[in-house]
Design a protein around this ligand. Sequence first.
Ligand code: COA
Length: 353
Amino acid sequence: MGNLVYDSSVPQTWLPEVCRLDTFPHAPDVLADMILTPAERAHWTAMRAVEKRRHEWLLGRYAAKEAVRLVLEKNLDVRLSPDQIEIVTDPYGCPQVEYGQQAGHLLKPVLSIAHSQGTAVALAVLDPGARVGIDLESLAHRREDFETVAFSPDERGLLAALPADLRSEWALRMWCAKEAVGKALGRGLSAGLLAFHIARVDLSTGAVEIELRASALDQCPQLRGKSLEVQTNRESCFVSSTFIYHQGAAAMRPSRQEILDYLLQKMGELTQDWDYPDPVGPESLLFTGLGFESLDAVVLCTAIQEHYQTPMPFAELLAEIGQQQRDLSINELADFVNTHLRPSSGEASRRVQ
Ligand SMILES: CC(C)(COP(=O)(O)OP(=O)(O)OC[C@H]1O[C@@H](n2cnc3c(N)ncnc32)[C@H](O)[C@@H]1OP(=O)(O)O)[C@@H](O)C(=O)NCCC(=O)NCCS
């Protein structure tokens, strides 16, 4: 078994792995015994959901474990069994990979899962800093009003310009592209369907270009101004999409200067209508200098945690400065964030699900 941990020298070009499963290779309970870790098995047993949902969860876990297993084998020549790979989810439902102690040192691929009509797909990429998303939908199960709900007038204009016989397939490709990007951001489509704006489609390659808008940009500000290319495919009655965005090692962990720049910009946004005699700078004090009240501090702390997708002990910090009856400069806040940011994203509290 290799002994590889993530560092900036790890190549970003390893091949991704997509795994698709259309049927259960064994009866579901037998499969569960074969592939799940004890924690996953307990979750599967306790899962209160209709049988269809339990089955798609299990098939999705199997597809995910196969994709992870194959990506490790092909790229690192490491062989793990499915029950040595645990799929946990972050608080937003985004799947993540964990290993048991024996393989704890190994690089963890990033992962995405989708299921539709008894078929499950998973995408694994061996770059812990990447963002990935996959989606799968059946052409046979579309509501009549789907396009009105899912697309803006501009997006419907794109569809209207396509040959009539391709429209329903491309509408589904566009939907799948939005879902893949939503999953890659880690929040699904919670920012709203129109926050994933389809700018262009390419009939010859299957590519769909998305630009983030509104609150999707709050979820991932580093993608502002970027055109995100999602690959879509049609196979029999299924349409699928895959999206892989390599952020690069540097983007995984901002420098202290980048944190300070972000705080100054955020502070500028929060206080844009406030009248200050002096410009806001690193030494500005939040409460006595900028006139912050407790609620403003809470808004700021929430925005910071949301931006870095990392919980930080702001309550303790605010309690401590309250007890000491002192103020906090933007510079000190940058030190605090710098101390509490983990080396990579995605280490927030996790649970098996
Ligand atoms: C996450 C979401 C895109 C999933 O889409 P879906 O069509 O319901 O289901 P899919 O089969 O395509 O994908 C399901 C898988 O997505 C993954 N997933 C769930 N939440 C996720 C998230 N926040 N980020 C990334 N992946 C996520 C899970 O692995 C899930 O499978 P599992 O529960 O078996 O592990 C969608 O439910 C969503 O956007 N949810 C959040 C906001 C919301 O509910 N909006 C209403 C819709 S507009």
